[in-house]
Design a protein around this ligand. Structure first.
Ligand code: NAG
Ligand code: NAG
Ligand code: NAG
Ligand code: NAG
Ligand code: ZN
Length: 508
């Protein structure tokens, strides 16, 4: 107790000394939280869809719309017999067996199964390695043949080509797999003329069929989706550099042709076509907020999942990490959180590493940092009468992480060398309920400024904001009464220093 109050006084003192500006040294020109820059949609479209088209131009296979193998004249979306879709198994999932080309490396296979994971998490589709099934996808890798698929199940072993050079990107793989599930291009829908204008003047006669509308598509009663992974890009089949062939109406600036992954409506369409009733939400903007409020008695046993997937270019040196902050959190307590709980995973699968394990009860100021661009939140309830709610927001940082082991070290990037400029990091330390966190700053050297506006470290615990620090310190011990701690580290574009090194340990 004595130690607690001593440290609280020490922290309070630092707060008074450093927390309040005495004099502004430089004018602040609207510096705010910095979000990572993302690729512009135009760059993205040029890069991705045109990559499919470019590859496919050389393909000997007869392809419609660039990447659809023609077998017979039929619309898979409007399949009267239902025989063009994959059958549902007794457990409610839809098994789509596949085989890999022997040419694929271990890494190629990992990329393909990673893309399949999003279907597993968000839909009832399960791509499974083929054992003896009659109908299956043959994932082939014919070079110079492009990325293409048949639409729907055609019977027997059906080829789906993913060339190693250029097709093994998540959004492209998901696009071709969606064709095999029965989906046409979004911009081929019967109602597309109300949403996009085709600029035929920039499409060569021989390419016209690729941009024709399918008059009898089954649109599943779901809205047109500019954000679909099945939508073609703005410049598809253009014969005039820089001139768009597909232009959204009335706002031409709406983004189309994304290949980051399935959209919310792509997910909804798959689940509707295959008649699967799942509680799934995708959050795919760079930042956002969401909430959940389950009224007692309106629940049956089961899970809801929220997948946060911020835009991130595969292979890019930019490495965004998702940060989730709970603004309110109440999950009705039960022994070991058995009946109702929230679990947060570091990735897009319930088999990904766990960041927050089976949490319930009231949690305050809880933040969680993923190691990359996606994070999965699961709410589970056993269906008994209980009240559960939360509200949360998310964004991203360039560095940081979630620390849940009983002791550890947090250092600024590159420590003891100089930290990089223009950085935003968040570390969150989460101890079990009832624990305290003891943090010792072993060394601390940041650019100094009167109100710590340039480079700074802030510390807040679950009871609130504690302080903003910059400049130089010797060793600084602090004990926090709350069971979670958030450290944010910001650096501006000038003057880098050694940074900080802190160790922490939980105390029960
Ligand atoms: C798109 O619609 C046109 C016109 O009906 C049709 O020829 C083409 O096959 C359709 N594409 C697909 C993938 O169904
Ligand atoms: C589209 O974007 C351009 C460039 O940013 C802008 O000048 C134009 O007003 C925008 N059009 C609409 C309809 O928002
Ligand atoms: C369900 O719980 C609420 C409050 O948690 C309570 O008011 C209500 O009576 C309960 N209903 C049943 C059927 O147990
Ligand atoms: C941080 O400080 C601790 C304790 O002095 C030390 O053991 C550790 O090696 C340091 N970490 C780095 C990266 O310098
Ligand atoms: Zn396609």
């Amino acid at each position: 107790m004595a130690l607690v109050s001593k440290v609280v006084i020490l922290v309070a003192l630092l707060h008074v000394t450093l927390g309040f500006p005495i004099l502004m040294r430089r004018a602040e020109e609207g510096r705010r939280w910095i979000y990572l820059p993302f690729y512009s949609q135009a760059e993205d479209e040029k890069m991705i869809f045109n990559k499919i088209l470019r590859l496919n131009r050389e393909s000997p296979q007869k392809l419609s719309e660039g990447d659809i193998a023609l077998r017979s004249i039929r619309s898979a979306w409007n399949c009267p017999t239902g025989n063009c879709f994959w059958p549902k198994s007794s457990d409610g999932t839809v098994h789509v067996p596949y085989t890999f080309s022997l040419v694929y490396s271990v890494d190629d296979r990992a990329r393909i199964t990673a893309a399949m994971q999003e279907f597993t998490t968000m839909t009832c589709i399960r791509f499974i390695p083929r054992t003896a099934e009659t109908n299956f996808l043959q994932l082939t890798s014919s070079p110079r043949s492009g990325c293409w698929s048949y639409i729907g199940k055609i019977g027997g072993g059906q080829a789906l080509n993913l060339e190693q050079q250029g097709c093994l990107e998540k959004g492209i793989i998901e696009h071709e797999l969606s064709h095999a599930l029965g989906f046409i291009h979004e911009n081929n829908r019967s109602d597309r003329d109300a949403y996009v204008k085709i600029q035929w003047q920039y499409v060569s006669e021989s390419d016209h069929y690729n941009l024709n509308r399918q008059t009898d598509s089954n649109n599943l009663g779901l809205p047109y989706d500019y954000n679909s992974v099945m939508h073609m890009g703005r410049y598809s089949y253009t014969n005039t550099a820089g001139m768009a062939t597909i232009v959204p109406i009335p706002d031409p600036n709406i983004s189309i042709g994304q290949r980051y992954g399935l959209s919310n409506l792509d997910i909804a369409k798959i689940n509707k076509l295959y008649n699967c009733n799942l509680c799934r939400t995708l959050l795919s903007e760079p930042t956002g907020r969401f909430s959940f409020n389950l009224s007692p008695s309106r629940w049956t046993r089961g899970s809801c999942l929220w997948l946060i997937r911020i835009p991130s270019e595969q292979g890019s040196s930019k490495h965004p990490q998702v940060v989730l902050k709970f603004n309110t959190f109440y999950i009705q307590p039960s022994p070991s959180c058995f009946s109702n709980y929230i679990t947060v995973y570091d990735g897009d699968s319930r088999t990904s590493p766990v960041l927050l394990a089976r949490a319930c009860a009231v949690r305050q100021a809880l933040a969680i940092v993923a190691s990359s661009y996606h994070m999965l939140l699961e709410f589970f309830s056993d269906g008994r009468n209980a009240s559960n709610y939360f509200s949360a927001s998310y964004n991203s940082v360039n560095c940081g992480g979630t620390l849940t082991s009983t002791k550890g070290v947090v250092t600024s990037p590159n420590f003891p060398s100089e930290y990089p400029p223009s950085l935003d990091c968040i570390w969150t330390i989460i101890a079990p309920l009832g624990n305290k966190i003891y943090l010792r700053m072993n060394s601390f050297e940041l650019e100094d400024s009167d109100d710590c506006t340039y480079d700074y470290l802030t510390i807040s615990d679950s009871d609130g904001f504690l302080g903003k620090y910059c400049g130089y310190y010797g060793m600084l011990p602090m004990l926090f009464s709350g069971n979670s701690l958030i450290l944010t580290f910001h650096t501006d574009e000038f003057l880098e220093f050694q940074g900080f090194n802190a160790t922490y340990i939980f105390q029960s």
